[in-house]
Design a binder for this molecule. Structure first.
Ligand code: FES
Ligand code: FE2
Length: 352
């Protein structure tokens, strides 16, 4: 493992941004997965994703204009439809017969569901129609049109691997998340035992009961249980369910490049009354995620020297699974065979 850079897995769907960030008739350029991506929404409300590089002379299309139907490059005015196909070259005179439809800037498959825009990054040589992961994952209990109640994003100056290892690390909380409202006492760590099993493109902490004395969980009704899934390419899905309500928390790690990531945290809730509490909840989520972000900034000082790192049992077993999953994903792709989940179910124990 290169400590500063990570291999970027292709043949998978990645969260680009919440749908609410792109209004009809608007476009925005983003670097994702080391590529320049132009995200937009046409005037009918449909999202699109193009390669943000003009095929004429390479200027990013984001500097041009979008009229709700076509994107016009700012340099010589070539226009592209939302599938990336050239529809006009203003300089062509009447005797010229250029077949515009043969010119394209390239487009990415894109899906908007549950309030998020997902972009598919195909493997080299793979046609998107026969993509390995046919659709982005749907979150349980919420409809395809229901967006998150709350969403935050922070930019992490680390590779997707270190962001992911931090995300699935059960033992840093007592040392990193030290706000009084969350604080776990680092001097009084308690034994934990959790059962894990393989699940789609990853593994799950098997559904188990949450402490009934916890007031926050009581709001969801009786018999509150949770299941936490981790899956490629860097998703954590927590599904908390009670007799009255359910909440789904989603964390996504989208690589900007090999050494930078966007980490998003959001949740969906079936209770209608959280509206007034949103500013406070958003603040707390930002403080919490900011603590993880601060650690990776500090960690980078050491990683610059590319030290040999350790993943120990059982605290870092999930980290090992992450690395194994990534390796298997790449190997199965290179060898043109089915992906075989390398995770074997077992109980993990640690102090936290
Ligand atoms: S560079 Fe885009 S039209 Fe010339
Ligand atoms: Fe954390």
């Amino acid at each position: 493992m290169d400590n500063l850079k990570a291999e970027l897995l292709r043949g998978l769907w990645y969260v680009a941004c919440p749908g609410a960030e792109i209004k009809p008739g608007a476009m925005t350029g983003k670097k994702l997965m080391g590529d320049m991506v132009l995200l937009g929404r046409d005037k009918a409300g449909k999202v699109f994703a193009l390669r943000d590089i003009c095929p004429h002379r390479g200027i990013p299309l984001r500097h041009g204009k979008f009229d709700g139907e076509t994107v016009q490059c700012c340099y010589h005015g070539w226009r592209f439809d939302t599938a990336g196909v050239c529809v006009d070259i203003p300089s062509t005179h009447e005797d010229q017969t250029i077949d515009f439809s043969k010119i394209t800037c390239g487009a990415y498959p894109v899906v908007e569901q549950q309030g998020l825009i997902w972009v598919y990054f195909a493997a080299n040589g793979e046609s998107p129609e026969e993509g390995r992961q046919p659709q982005p994952p749907m979150l349980p209990d919420f409809s395809v049109d229901q967006g998150p109640a709350l969403h935050i994003m922070q930019h992490f100056v680390c590779s997707v691997d270190h962001a992911a290892l931090g995300l699935m690390d059960p033992t840093h909380a007592a040392f990193v998340h030290t706000s009084w409202w969350f604080k776990k006492n680092a001097a009084k760590l308690r034994p934990k035992r959790k059962l894990f099993e393989p699940s789609e493109l990853g593994w799950a902490m098997v559904r188990h009961k949450l402490p009934p004395q916890n007031i926050a969980y009581k709001l969801l009704g009786d018999d509150v249980t949770t299941e936490i899934r981790y899956m490629l390419p860097g998703l954590r899905i927590e599904h908390i369910k009670g007799s009255k309500h359910s909440v789904v928390g989603l964390t996504t790690i989208t690589p900007v490049s090999e050494d930078e990531t966007e980490v998003r945290q959001m949740f969906w809730a079936s209770m209608g009354w959280i509206g007034p509490f949103k500013p406070l909840i958003r603040h707390l989520m930002n403080v919490f995620l900011g603590q993880d972000r601060r650690v990776v900034i500090q960690q980078r000082e050491g990683l610059e020297y590319n030290p040999k790192l350790m993943l120990i049992n059982d605290a870092d077993t999930q980290g090992r699974w992450w690395m194994q999953l990534k390796r298997e994903w790449s190997a199965s792709q290179a060898e043109g065979r089915e992906f075989v989940n390398p995770v074997r179910g077992r109980e993990l124990r640690w102090m936290s």
